[in-house]
Structure formats: structure tokens, C-alpha cells
Design a binder for this molecule. Structure first.
Ligand SMILES: [Zn+2]
Length: 115
């Protein structure tokens, strides 16, 4: 039986609980839209995947397939197993948020990845 397929609506988020050894596949079906990704330890939400810790651990700013993605405690939390995207994976630019859209001129709430 294939794993369940969950759709992430545009401008929205989805959370999935993974146990050690389980995997998640993210498929972008609508072109080049960015998919911001977070990972938190189920045992302690204060431990989370951290780009500022991933960069020095890898020694570069673009993670690639085969890399372990680490937490703010420098422990692996996700393994980046496969990559079929045509571009690089950014670790520098913060996920979009309502404040960013405000700076871009939005005067009402704007859906965003951070929320
Ligand atoms: Zn976003």
C-alpha cells in the first residue's frame, strides 16, 4: 500500500509526525513555488532544524542529497535523501511572514509560510 498523499494548499502549511527511520517526500506539482520546511524534535520542541547550524556543519550554504540536516543542538534530525528539483535549496533567506508582506505593501494580513 503506498503511503498516504497529503496536499499542502498554496500559501498554507501541513504538519506530519515522523518516527525515526520514516521518510517524507515533498513533491512540487505547481512549478517553482518555494516550499519552506521546518522540523522539530517530538521530545522537545525547543530542538529544531536550524539553517544557521546546518551551514557550518556542512561547510557550505546549499544542502544536497546525502546531507544530514541538523538541529540547533547540532544533531541530525532529517536526512536529505533525494533531490529532483532543478534548483538549489536556500539556507539564507528567512521564510516569508506577514511582516515581509507588510514591507512589500500589503495592508491586510497575507497568508505566509511562517504562520
Ligand atoms: Zn513562504
Amino acid at each position: 500500500m503506498p503511503p498516504p498523499l497529503n496536499t499542502i494548499p498554496a500559501r498554507r502549511g501541513k504538519a506530519t509526525r515522523l518516527n525515526a527511520g520514516e521518510a517524507i517526500r515533498i513533491i512540487n506539482t505547481h512549478g517553482a513555488q518555494v516550499v519552506d520546511t521546518w522540523a522539530f524534535s517530538a521530545d522537545d520542541m525547543g530542538e529544531f532544524m536550524s539553517m544557521e547550524h546546518i551551514r557550518p556543519t556542512l561547510g557550505r550554504i546549499f544542502p544536497t542529497a546525502g546531507d544530514a540536516l541538523v538541529t540547533n543542538r547540532r544533531r541530525p534530525i532529517l536526512m536529505f535523501e533525494e533531490d529532483s528539483s532543478p534548483g538549489r535549496h536556500d539556507t539564507l533567506i528567512a521564510a516569508c511572514d506577514d511582516y515581509r508582506y507588510g514591507l512589500l505593501g500589503c495592508t491586510d494580513y497575507h497568508e505566509n509560510c511562517t504562520d
